[in-house]
Design a protein around this ligand. Structure first.
Ligand code: FUB
Ligand code: ZN
Length: 635
């Protein structure tokens, strides 16, 4: 099948009542906030030192390099998000500051194209010496993505030119070498750079990195110098640990997601993108196997992935502890990248379902409603007596911190939300695909199409065709929509359903409308009992939104609550202390009464109570308290 073409944010304007304000939050609040952090102008927040590192590397400031070895990537991801922000909204002042930072980056670049402040400042003699830990290719990848974004979204070429020199330097260094990145990312970037410049060298370099990976499972063991190097966050490498960065098996032979989640998912995004570029069926089959493994066996109901704090990693199938969950925000962002690249290979509603799940839940929960604080870890249960305090639970915080020593997640989420327009639509020669119900206007090769919707709270979507001509409008039907009514120009219609998309083929005229309406009842979700924490429990959802229970809304302790299997669940608004348009869920439940002693012979007595659930993305926006997604279900 022919790959489908992305319709990028340049041709899509988001008008959605839910997402447009969130994009404004990113442009008006989050990016300025992050910039202050990068400039170390935010009192009380974890120091970044990222811009100082650049000035020190350029010889314009005295002092020591500080921060993670990949601190440059925070600046790169911020620049990428700023590029999208400039496409969303003209901002002369931001544009000027972006230019200044890019010029500073240019002054850090070495004559041969090398660009990395850590090694320029601290260990110039060790460049490219420790690919396992040192993130030079990872930082380069993020910088290249920023360069491409500034070129494409903001019409700025200076960083792109810097990155072309950097990419040429990387190709010179690695085209005939067996080196592979310790943290995959450069592959995504080189593919983007290839499409932007048309230079096949970058495609070949990306493919080479993918093809070499796992050919020698001991490659890192053989080629990683023994540094005293605590500063790399290094760990002892044993042959077994090749699984940590997926270098244990050639990429086409991988069967299940294992090891560091972000590395795994960046690699899968690049593989899916490469498969779409080259038609490599084995590569695509591997992507599909891992997509199935992740979504059917290793993903939390919120879309969070990477269950274990140790190595920030996937572990084994069905190992999904709710309260020790890692679920890094970056991993959920990367799930959106991966699903989007799978869609480029073949339209199937499963990929768009996954993008939607991540966007409304695990990824979005990474950001506080005010756009200023961020979660790195996204648990499904928090107990404030243990979370963030007791060994094994240190990583699980009940509130979003002001900033992070390792700050990969906030700018990742910012670049995703700012570029959301690129994830909604795509097309091929005779079809326009609508993947997500997000209000927008898309300029397709078939003319403009307007999408209006009450999503995520109401089940209606209206398309208005603003061009003329024959084509198939192909609309994804979310997996939770069992029945819908379709009308074309107000008359009932029946499209054919293919791979989860409703296809309406017509000779369209300007002003034609297509409407889809469906109920959005609250629904219960039950887990496979092999997910031990969820056995006998239920989670609630409505449309794309997954719900959770916060202590502040209940009178009883969360672990005492049960929801009867037949309880009616009603939608409510005006949740205490939350924006009034958010829809919550309410039901009559029961609560176990506390027994006289810790262990009682008799069954516990119960009392009825009212249960209130709020959208998971909105948790931890009020006073600190316990939270759970899953509660017991009583018969
Ligand atoms: O190593 C760079 C980034 O830091 C990873 O992608 C995250 O998981 C965090 O470890
Ligand atoms: Zn992260």
């Amino acid at each position: 099948m022919m790959p489908i073409r992305e319709i990028t944010m340049r041709n899509v304007k988001i008008t959605d009542a839910f997402w447009a304000p969130r994009q404004t939050l990113i442009t008006d609040v989050t990016l300025p906030y992050m910039e202050k952090i990068l400039r170390d102008e935010m009192p009380g927040a974890e120091e970044s030192h990222a811009l100082s590192n650049l000035r020190i590397a350029a010889g314009e400031e005295a002092g020591e390099y500080r921060g993670m070895v990949f601190q440059d990537s925070d600046v790169a991801k911020w620049l990428e998000a700023a590029a999208y922000s400039l496409a969303l909204k003209q901002d002369e002042a931001l544009s000027g500051r972006v230019d200044e930072i890019v010029a500073l980056i240019g002054r850090c670049q070495q004559k041969d194209g090398y660009l990395n402040t850590y090694f320029t400042v601290k260990e110039p003699e060790n460049r490219w010496n420790n690919l396992l830990e040192c993130h030079e290719l990872y930082c380069a990848g993020h910088m290249i993505e920023a360069g491409v974004a500034l070129h494409e979204a903001a019409g700025k070429d200076e960083l792109l030119n810097i990155c072309i020199r950097l990419a040429d330097h990387i190709c010179d260094r690695f085209e005939k070498d067996e080196g592979i990145p310790g943290h995959q990312e450069i592959e995504i970037a080189l593919l983007r750079l290839y499409r932007t410049t048309g230079n096949i060298r970058y495609l070949n370099m990306a493919l080479r990195f993918l093809n070499l990976r796992g050919q020698d499972p001991d490659w890192f063991k053989k080629h990683t110098p023994r540094h005293p190097g605590i500063h790399y966050g290094g760990y002892d490498i044993s042959p077994e640990e090749a699984v940590y960065n997926q270098s244990d098996v050639p990429v086409r032979d991988q069967t299940a997601a294992r090891g560091h989640a972000v590395r795994q998912l960046y690699m899968l995004s690049a593989m899916a993108d490469a498969a779409a570029e080259t038609g490599d069926q084995k590569m695509l089959d591997a992507c599909q196997r891992l997509f199935d493994n992740i979504t059917q066996r290793q993903m939390y109901v919120t879309g969070a992935v990477g269950a274990s704090a140790y190595h920030e990693a996937f572990t084994v199938d069905f190992d999904l502890p709710s309260d020790r969950c890692y679920g890094e925000t970056c991993a959920s962002v990367a799930m959106v990248f991966f699903a989007n690249k799978m869609l480029k290979n073949r339209p199937n509603s499963r990929y768009a379902d996954l993008m939607e799940l991540e966007l409304y839940n695990a990824a979005l929960a990474g950001m506080q409603l005010d756009g200023k604080r961020f979660f790195y870890v996204n648990p499904l249960e928090v107990n404030i007596s243990t979370s963030g305090r007791i060994p094994g639970y240190e990583h699980v915080l009940p509130q979003r911190p002001a900033w992070h020593a390792c700050a990969c997640c906030p700018p990742n989420l910012a670049r995703l939300i700012a570029s959301l327009g690129s994830y909604l639509w795509s097309e091929d020669d005779d079809t326009v695909y609508s993947h997500l119900f997000i209000g927008s206007e898309a300029d397709t090769s078939r003319g403009r199409i307007r999408l209006e919707t009450g999503y995520p709270w109401q089940g209606w979507v209206r398309y208005t065709i603003l061009g003329n001509g024959p084509f198939t409008l192909t609309i994804r039907i979310p997996d939770y929509v069992r029945k819908y009514v379709l009308t074309v120009n107000g008359q009932s219609a029946a499209g054919s359903v293919r791979a989860g998309y409703c296809c309406i083929q017509r000779l369209w005229g300007a002003g034609d409308t297509v409407e889809l309406t469906f109920d959005l009842p609250a629904r219960r979700i039950h887990a496979d009992p092999r997910v031990r924490d969820c056995a006998g429990k239920v989670a609630l959802a409505r449309g794309p939104v997954i719900y959770c229970f916060e202590e502040t809304d209940q009178k009883e302790i969360l672990s005492a609550l049960s929801l009867p299997a037949d309880a009616a669940i009603t939608a409510v608004t005006h949740l205490k202390g939350l924006p009034e348009e958010l829809i919550g869920l309410r039901a009559e439940g029961t609560s176990d009464l506390l027994p006289a002693a810790m262990y009682a012979r008799e069954p516990l007595k119960t009392a009825t109570c009212t249960l209130t659930a709020i959208p998971y993305f909105a948790w931890a926006n009020r006073e600190k308290g316990n939270m759970t997604v899953w509660i017991r279900e009583s018969k």
